[in-house]
Design a protein around this ligand. Structure first.
Ligand code: KNH
Length: 156
């Protein structure tokens, strides 16, 4: 059970370490080519949420993040014992939400650096915490679909 919280802690550690390294070694706006025309490390700051929406609405972000964290912990306590995939998904979301929360609390902005250009579209620059959140949301959807399919089989 506590393995999931440890997993979330590792995600937070990895997120904060990578953000610290970017802050230490790159100027804002500086870009390092990893794979030309596809993957760059670009030091970027975002005072908003995805795609820079709601710039500067830190109070809103604090509230949403606290609601997300409480929701995840409640669900973790209730369901993670029986459903491992759900536990891992919740740990991803918990780690990601807290990772960006730390940035918003101490930096009043989020450090982003993964810069992908996919089919000529420069996808918004993101970080480890965002990736964990997206993976967590994706895994929750998979878990839900799998559960429904299992229930339907049992009922038939
Ligand atoms: C990933 C959630 C964003 C993350 O939410 C958080 O912190 C949570 C815990 C708190 C938010 C205040 C609440 C969620 C708002 C919902 C939202 O935003 C719609 C999300 C759609 C999502 C599909 C699930 C697409 C993906 C986008 C991106 C990530 O691609 C991997 C681009 C990230 C870049 O714009 C980067 O600059 C963002 C910056 O790092 C700050 N990050 C946040 O606000």
């Amino acid at each position: 059970m506590y393995l999931y919280y440890l997993f979330a802690l590792i995600i937070i550690g990895l997120d904060q370490l990578t953000k610290w390294l970017i802050e230490q070694s790159m100027q804002i706006g500086e870009r390092i080519t990893i794979i030309n025309d596809f993957f760059y490390l670009t030091s970027h700051r975002n005072k908003g949420a995805a795609w820079g929406i709601l710039q500067g609405q830190m109070i809103f972000f604090y509230i949403i993040t606290i609601v997300v964290v409480i929701g995840v912990v409640v669900y973790m306590q209730k369901y993670a014992k029986t459903n491992r995939l759900l536990g891992v998904s919740l740990a991803f979301i918990l780690g990601g939400a807290i990772g960006n929360f730390i940035d918003r609390l101490f930096r009043h902005e989020v450090v982003d650096f993964f810069d992908f250009i996919i089919f000529n579209y420069d996808f918004p620059i993101f970080n480890v915490a965002d990736s964990a959140l997206v993976v967590g949301v994706f895994l929750i959807i998979i878990t839900t679909v799998l559960d429904e399919r299992k229930e339907r089989k049992e009922n038939n």
